[in-house]
Structures are given as C-alpha cells and as structure tokens.
Design a protein. Structure first.
Length: 293
C-alpha cells in the first residue's frame, strides 16, 4: 500500500456507505457495463465505448474494488459509478493502461493499480466507498464475491442511495460538497453548507447591527431590551431566513411563552418590538411589506 501520509490524505476524501437492507430488485447479470480497457483523458479517463464521452474523475461518485470468481478465478475488478448513470462501468484491473496515468509504472500490477486508485480518489475530491473497498484502501485485502447476485445486491444496495447525487466545488472554501441532482433546491445550491451558514450568520449580524443603529439614531428607549428580544426572535427561528417568515410564523412566536430571554415581556410588547424591527427592514428595502401591519 501507499505511505501512511498518502493514506491519511486519501481517507479524508472517502465516505463510507452501507447498503440498504432491501435494495431494488437486481436488473440481471448485465447490470454492470463491461469495459474492455481504460485510457487516460484530460482530467479523467476513457472507457472506450463509442457513445460514452471521456469521464471526468470528479464525476465518479462511488467505487467498488473486489475479486469475482464466478467466471474467471480470482479476477480483480473495479466498478466505477458516475452520477445519474443507472449502471456502473466494470473493468478488470489488467485492462487499465497504467503508463498513461503515471510516469513510471511499478513492476507489480497490484502496486500500479493502487497508485491509480489513489490518483482517482485525489482527483475526485470526495467519493463514496463500501466496506470492502475501504478495507482494500487500508490493507490491500480484496473482498471476493462468488456470484453475480451477491455482488449486485451489495453494490446496488449502495448505489440506489446515491445515484442522484452529484458533487460541486464551493467557490469560497474550495471544498467539495454533495447535492441531490433531482431536488431543485439542492441542485441549485452554489456554496457548501458551512459557507452558507457563515454567510447567513454574517447577514444576520449585519441586520441586527443595523437595527441597533436605527434605534440609536431615533434616540429610542429600552434599546438593549429590544435587542435582547430580537436576538431571542432570531434564535427561535434558527436555520430559517427571518425576513422570509410568514405572518403566521411570527404570530406563533409572539404567542409563545417559553422564550428564556423574554419571560417577563408581555405578548403586546413583544409584538410592538418585532413590528418595529420589520418596519426598519421595510424602510431599508429588505422586505416588501411589514408582515405585522
């Protein structure tokens, strides 16, 4: 196997998935697409199938490494699963043209394959693996499947969970993150959740600072008490954009009695403060109307 340092870097990029208990019914023996050879292509590889364009390493979502002895005794395979494809590409490891992926090919094919896999994972950014593939990455041990049914049940049980997943690179922190390519909200995500949370937090802090300045400029009374109430309001709706709240949501909060920061405040005073907050938002063009008007 590769050095400890390389292994640690690679393991940071892999995500372990367990097969679901009741995977979809197997499509049959021809589920996997056989690949006669794999050649290098810019930022990826060719599977040498006429209708299939070069595949980017980044578009590989899940890999499975195994031995399969139903047809050829002790034949080693790699299954490559690409986003939105129903079937994986299946290649024997002796059909990978290693000298196109590395400047110096080791004399032992096992070493060459290991280098190829590590390069693939590194270029993919993040990738899903199953139990036996993770074990291979750590120890070099191959899992043997004896029948097509056994192999397909394992791999289909994982792929059915993530076949609609895809990867994007966050333009802010350059990390890779997963999106669901079917759900519009997920598909249209442009930044990772960590950066999105920071962005929302920054926007919220800017909003509350602006409201505090607004109260100061109007020589408003009870500024700190009002700010405490607005902070409790934000905390209650943590994870939701407070400027997009419905009137019903806001009144539900106003009528609540379990806010630790607002125990002594009457329902009417709470409504007045939140109405004042949305009046500030409206006057600055942040909302189309004050929902409490």
């Amino acid at each position: 196997m590769s050095s400890t340092n390389n292994l640690e870097l690679i393991l940071d990029k892999v995500k372990l998935l367990k097969p679901i208990d009741n995977p979809p019914e197997s499509p049959g023996k021809q589920w996997a697409i056989p690949v006669s050879r794999i050649n290098a292509a810019p930022s990826g590889f060719n599977v040498n199938i006429k209708i299939v364009p070069p595949i980017l390493f980044h578009s590989v979502n899940y890999i499975s490494i195994f031995e399969f002895s139903e047809i050829d005794q002790n034949t080693k395979y790699l299954d490559l699963y690409v986003a939105r494809n129903k079937s994986p590409y299946r290649v024997k490891i002796n059909k990978i043209i290693y000298n196109e992926f590395m400047s110096k090919v080791p004399p032992r094919m096992a070493e060459a394959f290991n280098i190829f896999i590590f390069k693939l994972i590194e270029a993919a950014g993040t990738i899903y693996v199953d139990d036996h593939t993770l074990k291979y990455l750590k120890t070099g041990h191959w899992r043997e499947f004896t029948t097509t049914e056994e192999l397909t049940k394992n791999n289909l049980g994982i792929w059915s969970r993530i076949s609609d997943s895809g990867k994007k690179v966050c333009p802010r922190c350059k990390s890779h993150f997963w999106v669901n390519l079917v759900l519009e909200e997920s598909k249209n995500r442009t930044i990772c959740r960590n950066c999105e949370s920071r962005q929302k937090g920054e926007a919220l802090r800017k909003l509350t600072r602006g409201f505090k300045d607004y109260l100061h400029n109007r020589a408003n009374q009870w500024i700190e008490k009002k700010m405490t109430e607005i902070q409790a309001f934000e905390k209650y709706f943590s994870g939701k954009a407070i400027l997009d709240l419905s009137t019903e949501d806001i009144f539900k909060y106003i009528k609540s009695c379990d806010q630790p920061d607002s125990e002594s405040m009457s329902e009417n005073n709470r409504r007045i403060i939140i109405k004042e907050f949305f009046e500030y938002c409206f006057s600055n063009g942040l909302v189309d109307k004050n929902p409490l008007e």
